[in-house]
Design a protein around this ligand. Sequence first.
Ligand code: F6R
Length: 269
Amino acid sequence: MQIILCDDANQVAAVAASWFQTLLAQKPQAVLGLATGSTPIKLYQQLIALYQQQQISFAKCSSFNLDEYYDIAAEHRNSYRSFMQNQLFDHIDIDPERTFLPSCSSQDNPRLVGQAYERQISTMGGIDLQILGIGSNGHIGFNEPTSSLNSRTRLKTLTEQTLKDNSRLFTKDEIQPTMAMTMGIATIMQARYILLLATGKSKAEAVKQMISGPVSANCPASILQMHQNAVVILDKEAASLIEEQSYLRNAANENQRLISRYGLNLGDL
Ligand code: F6R
C-alpha cells in the first residue's frame, strides 16, 4: 500500500488528478472505475479543468461506477447516474454509451444484473484505475462491514451508519433507498490500480483501521493491504492517526520517481 500525505482536500484532488493524467497519457483507452459521494467531487472538478485546458481527454475511455441505489430512476436527483452526469460526464468528452453503473430496478433479477456487470467489466479489459472513498465504518463501495472479502457485484443492505451519513442528501419527504447494487470486494481488488481518497476528521479512525488494523471483513477497506497497487491519498485530518509519517513521505517520493521513469504497470490482470 502506498500512502500519500497531503496538506488539504485540494491537494488530495490534485494528486489524484495527476494519476489520471499519467494513466491517460500512457493508455488513452483506459477503463476507469468511478465513485460518488462528497470526497471525489474536487477530483472531478480538477479533471474537468484539465479537460477544458486540453490537457486530458476521455474520448477513448470507458467507465464503471462502484454502485447505484436499488430501484432508483436514473433521472432521480439522488441517483448516482445523476450525480455522475452533473459532477463529471456532462462536462467532459467521455462517450455516454461507455459510462456504466450497476442499475437494478425491482423488475430485474439482481443476481443477473450483477453477473452482467462483471461480464461487461471483463469484456472491456478490466478496470485500470479505480477511485474509492471510504465510509466512516470502513466500507468501500457499499461493501459494508461483514461483507465477504471475496464478493462480486450484488445487492447489499446499507447499515444504519451509512444511511445516517447519506441522509443529508435526502429531503424529509423523499424516501431514502436502503439497498444498493455494488461492485464486490473481489471486483474492486481486480483493478490494476486503486486510488482511495479520504479527507476530514470523520475518516481518521477508518483510515487507521484500513492501514494498520488486521485485514478483516469488519473493515472492508483493510483488504487493500493485499492489493499490489493500492494508493491511499489523505489530507492531514484523515491521516491524523497514522504513524511513521516521515517514512511514508519518503516512500511516496521514491514511488513517484519510479512511475515517472518506468510508467504505470498496466500489464495483464
Ligand atoms: C460511493 C461509495 C461510497 C463512498 C463512501 C464515502 O460511490 O461507494 O463507498 O465512497 O461512503 O462517501 P463520502 O465521500 O461522501 O464521504
